[in-house]
Design a protein around this ligand. Structure first.
Ligand SMILES: Cc1cc2nc3c(=O)[nH]c(=O)nc-3n(C[C@H](O)[C@H](O)[C@H](O)COP(=O)(O)OP(=O)(O)OC[C@H]3O[C@@H](n4cnc5c(N)ncnc54)[C@H](O)[C@@H]3O)c2cc1C
Length: 512
């Protein structure tokens, strides 16, 4: 690819969903407020929980550290589908047929519920019914796809196998789920959010929850010292921002993936596509002001780890151009999602001993339906005391052999990152060019140094304020990222995303 074609990578990331919708301006939590349910996080999970609970006459207070839907939800690819890789075979093998059945019914119900909300509330959010395809270019995956199709059909999903798709890619087989959908996630959620404040319910922005006290009621405290009292709390902060119990930091890891959008003369055939095998690649269209664009996603890796992040964009751009030779690049962005040990989200009671504290996370990059499922489970647990899907999503489910193996691998990886970061030598010179970052030693301390394009050096302590891992530089997004649990910070040390609730310590005095 030519330097000109890659020039768009020199611009800052620009997620289309954020670029095409206004920034919200809900108030900060400034007084002491009470509600029946406090919800931490105003992404698709928090807002869906809030909407469903308020519809039951329950008052809610949603509190977000940033603005509504600027986290992972503002950077997703927003396919609304119950096709989550080869999930049904996996669940059946790990947890049995009944669990796979619950998962299928829950996610198909979620698609219909989102569709119904959009229809009833007349939300203009580019909702389009689509087929979803999981395709393979490898002989070895054909059988897996056929088995998944058979099982999905048994579970009630309109599933079939095809040997061709309409993308310019030669495949061996694809699993097709009919009656799936795509939308513009922020248009949908900003509209839903409008119904939340009022009659004792609230949305607060720029209010980070830094502590949860379990007294007679729950008392949530913000970094500015304000309080929110509630009978029940839902942690919808993506990676749980609550560390005092549950050992979730050892049960969740984050994966980062990349998206580029292209304009091409090839009319897009419709459909949403994803590979069954590595390297992961995904396609869907989006309707922009300049007409149809094609979103191409992929290049996932464990958050905060691996090669220079700019290489991921380059590889994805090369793939997009090989697929669409006249591709002109438009938007680019990346984001990360929480992964659980067995591939099934954690949604329900935070712990068996906390009947009023709930959690929804670990969607494994399938959060559009899983957030609706989680919100319905939590609503039902609060309103009726039970949900038909609570067992498969139970955050305290018994870990089975396969996930215990993942657990060992993942925690070993975290331990390695923790130790490796602390022991490895760091350069002692501060010869850093504009746009570059290095970890340097100043007075014996490791300091992360980034020199901006104006020449100012920004210094931060590269010890993650969550659990003390050593941060890595992310050159594509200009951020310091944690390789253990995925917290991210600006080069000035401010939090971009959790689980941490504390900014980085600023480095030594600024030097030029
Ligand atoms: C590249 C990529 C593509 C994807 N594509 C799809 C797709 O096509 N289909 C699909 O179904 N899913 C997809 N997903 C997954 C989906 O986008 C996510 O699972 C989902 O958006 C997560 O929503 P959330 O509300 O849980 O988290 P978020 O949207 O991140 O919201 C969490 C909110 O909590 C706030 N918060 C955090 N800590 C605190 C605190 N201490 N106090 C107050 N607020 C706090 C944050 O500011 C944030 O706004 C994709 C994921 C990735 C990474």
């Amino acid at each position: 690819m030519t330097t000109d074609q890659l020039a768009f990578l020199n611009e800052p990331p620009n997620p289309y969903w954020l670029a095409s919708t206004p920034t919200t301006n809900y108030p900060q939590l400034a007084d002491e407020i009470s509600a029946d349910v406090a919800i931490i996080g105003a992404g698709i999970t928090g807002l869906t929980c809030a909407y469903l609970l308020k519809s039951e006459g329950i008052t809610v207070a949603v509190v977000d550290a940033d603005h509504v839907c600027q986290g992972t939800t503002g950077h997703t690819t927003a396919k609304i589908t119950s096709q989550h890789g080869l999930i049904y075979s996996k669940i059946k093998q790990q947890m049995g047929h009944e669990a796979a059945q619950q998962y299928a019914v829950a996610n198909e119900t979620a698609i219909r519920k989102i569709e119904e909300l959009i229809r009833v509330r007349k939300i203009d959010c580019n909702f389009r019914s689509q087929n979803a395809y999981l395709y393979t270019e490898r002989e070895g995956y054909i059988k897996k796809i056929e088995e998944e199709a058979k099982l999905a059909a048994q579970l009630g999903i309109e599933a079939s196998v095809t040997e061709e798709i309409d993308l310019p890619i030669k495949i061996k087989a694809a699993l097709c789920f009919a009656q799936q959908a795509q939308f513009h996630p922020r248009k949908y959620l900003l509209s839903l959010a409008l119904d939340i404040p009022g009659n004792g319910s609230y949305i607060f922005e720029q209010s980070r929850i830094v502590d949860i006290d379990d007294k007679k009621k729950y008392v949530l405290k913000t970094s500015a010292g304000h309080r929110l009292n509630a009978d029940k709390v839902i942690i919808a902060s993506h990676y749980p921002c609550y560390n005092k119990a549950g050992l979730y930091f050892a049960r969740i890891y984050q994966e980062r993936s990349y998206v580029v959008t292209v304009k091409t003369s090839n009319p897009y055939p419709g459909g949403m596509y994803i590979t069954a095998e590595e390297p992961g690649r995904s396609f869907r269209s989006l309707e922009s002001e300049e007409g149809e664009l094609i979103m191409v996603g992929g290049q996932h890796h464990k958050a905060g780890q691996g090669i220079d992040t700019r290489e991921h964009y380059k590889k994805l751009a090369q793939f997009a151009q090989a697929t669409y030779p006249d591709a002109q690049f438009r938007y680019r962005w990346s984001t990360q999602d929480c992964m659980t040990l067995d591939g099934v989200p954690y949604a329900g009671q935070f712990l068996p001993s906390t009947p009023n504290l709930f959690l929804a996370t670990g969607y494994g990059k399938w959060g559009m339906t899983n957030s609706m499922v989680s919100a319905m489970i939590i609503r039902d647990l609060i309103v009726k005391g039970e949900s038909p899907w609570q067992h498969v999503y139970n955050p305290s489910r018994q870990t089975i052999a396969a996930s215990a193996k993942t657990f060992v691998v993942e925690t070993l990886n975290v331990a390695n990152q923790l130790v490796e970061g602390k022991l490895s030598g760091a350069p002692t010179d501060a010869d850093i060019k504009p746009g570059e970052a290095k970890v340097v030693i100043i007075d014996g301390d490791k300091v992360g140094a980034y020199r901006d394009e104006q020449g100012t050096l920004h210094l931060v302590d590269t010890t993650c304020t969550h659990l003390g891992c050593e941060l890595h530089w992310n050159a594509a997004e200009l951020s310091w990222d944690c390789p253990c649990h995925g917290s991210r910070f600006t080069y000035e040390g401010e939090i971009i995303e959790g689980p941490t609730v504390k900014p980085l310590k600023k480095g030594k005095e600024q030097i030029d």
